[in-house]
Design a protein around this ligand. Structure first.
Ligand SMILES: NC(=O)c1ccc[n+]([C@@H]2O[C@H](COP(=O)([O-])OP(=O)(O)OC[C@H]3O[C@@H](n4cnc5c(N)ncnc54)[C@H](OP(=O)(O)O)[C@@H]3O)[C@@H](O)[C@H]2O)c1
Length: 247
């Protein structure tokens, strides 16, 4: 099959491309650095010519709510319109577990808008809600790090290996549209502060971590809010096994 990956150069996108190509599919890579922009539509019609399915693993801003919602709104409308024009038969969207349970987070508001447009659109779809990635804790700590001190929320998460998620998205993209797919998660629950500490140790980063709910993630995300629901699909690679590959 001919499959386009929007966000092909990103964290999950590169693993999705590798999984699709490993299974013998013809992959079209979409990203701004490769000359295709979902916001303006530049290069999109050419990229989608002859494409059977599209996997959307692009990312948007995370802090300002209005800017984030506007970003996902424009990018998703532009992509879906181009898909309809090109006769694409399946749109696969990577989303996040629990976004309907958290009101205040700007990125989650953008993802809800993205889900709404996909579900209301004319291209048959699969929405894949995934938990945080194994590299999420290290990334979040690096956002706030200043002079060797970083604040980080003590979130309870059940993280997944990016390569496992790439495999799941590749498998779903070549199948029939599934509507809302089950939650996809890794095998074990983790405390985000502990994950960040172990990630920093593995990478040799010296950083003091201050647990707090005052940043992008507040108390409405505490407890089991971000954990996968019943019947979730559990991917194999543990945080510990992933960490061992990062040293
Ligand atoms: N982080 C987590 O723990 C987590 C958990 C569950 C779900 N998710 C979701 O996973 C998705 C992917 O995350 P990620 O970390 O893999 O993203 P990422 O590494 O930041 O990659 C984003 C990709 O999107 C491309 N892109 C961004 N804007 C674009 C535009 N206007 N037009 C075309 N391409 C564009 C980027 O390339 P260019 O810059 O070259 O355009 C890049 O290839 C996000 O939507 C996020 O909400 C994240």
């Amino acid at each position: 099959m001919r499959i386009a990956v929007a966000g092909a150069t990103g964290n999950i996108g590169s693993f999705t491309v590798a999984a699709l190509e490993g299974a013998g599919h013809d992959v079209v890579r979409i990203s701004r650095s490769l000359g295709v922009d979902l916001l303006t539509g530049d290069g999109l019609d050419d990229a989608l010519a002859g494409v059977d399915a599209v996997v959307d693993v692009t990312n948007g801003p995370a802090t300002d709510r209005a800017a984030t919602v506007a970003y996902f709104d424009t990018a998703t409308r532009t992509l879906l319109a181009a898909e309809a024009h090109a006769g694409v038969r399946h749109h696969v969207l990577l989303s996040i577990v629990g976004i309907g349970r958290v009101e205040g987070n700007a990125h989650y508001a953008g993802k809800r808008e993205q889900e709404r447009l996909v579900a209301a659109g004319s291209v048959p779809w699969t929405i894949v809600p995934a938990t945080q990635f194994h590299d999420f804790a290290g990334m979040v700590a690096s956002w706030t790090e200043q002079d060797g001190v970083a604040t980080i929320a003590p979130l309870l998460v059940q993280p997944i290996a990016p390569s496992d998620l790439g495999d799941v998205l590749a498998e779903l993209a070549v199948g029939q549209p599934r509507g809302r797919y089950v939650d996809v998660a890794g095998p074990g629950t983790q405390d985000l502060v502990d994950m960040a500490r172990r990630t920093n140790d593995a990478l040799g980063r010296k950083m003091a971590l201050v647990p707090t709910w005052t940043g992008l993630f507040d108390e409405t995300m505490a407890g089991s809010v971000l954990l996968p629901g019943e019947g979730a699909r559990i991917a194999p690679t543990s945080f510990e096994d992933w960490l061992a590959t990062q040293r």
